[in-house]
Design a protein around this ligand. Structure first.
Ligand SMILES: [Zn+2]
Length: 106
């Protein structure tokens, strides 16, 4: 985070940054520890909008296809905006028997 700035809640509490879940999307927000009031700073809101966009792009069903002697699946073109591009290296890690994560590495 850039510069820390204290935001006071109407109840007198000081808002603290915390991870929150909005519509299944986990993002940072400012939360009042006293009354649980939640708000987003402009930076947090921008980040949330981007994240929401990413979820919209990627949270879909896809079919595994054959690519030469391997299997693969396609990625939506819009992912380029998030740094995915042909030639970029990715790290794949198993999370469970049925899920894995794909991480863009530089
Ligand atoms: Zn409060």
């Amino acid at each position: 985070m850039a510069k820390e700035r204290k935001i006071m809640c109407d109840c007198g509490g000081i808002l603290i940054e915390r991870k929150m879940k909005f519509e299944e999307i986990e993002t940072e927000a400012m939360v009042c520890p006293k009354c649980n009031f939640v708000t987003l700073t402009k930076e947090q809101a921008d980040k949330y909008v981007k994240l929401k966009q990413l979820h919209k792009l990627i949270d879909t069903e896809r079919k595994i296809i054959r690519i030469g002697n391997s299997m693969g699946f396609t990625l939506p073109d819009g992912l380029q905006e998030f740094g995915a591009e042909v030639g970029r290296k990715v790290k794949i890690k198993a999370l469970s028997q049925k899920s894995f994560k794909v991480e863009l590495i530089s």
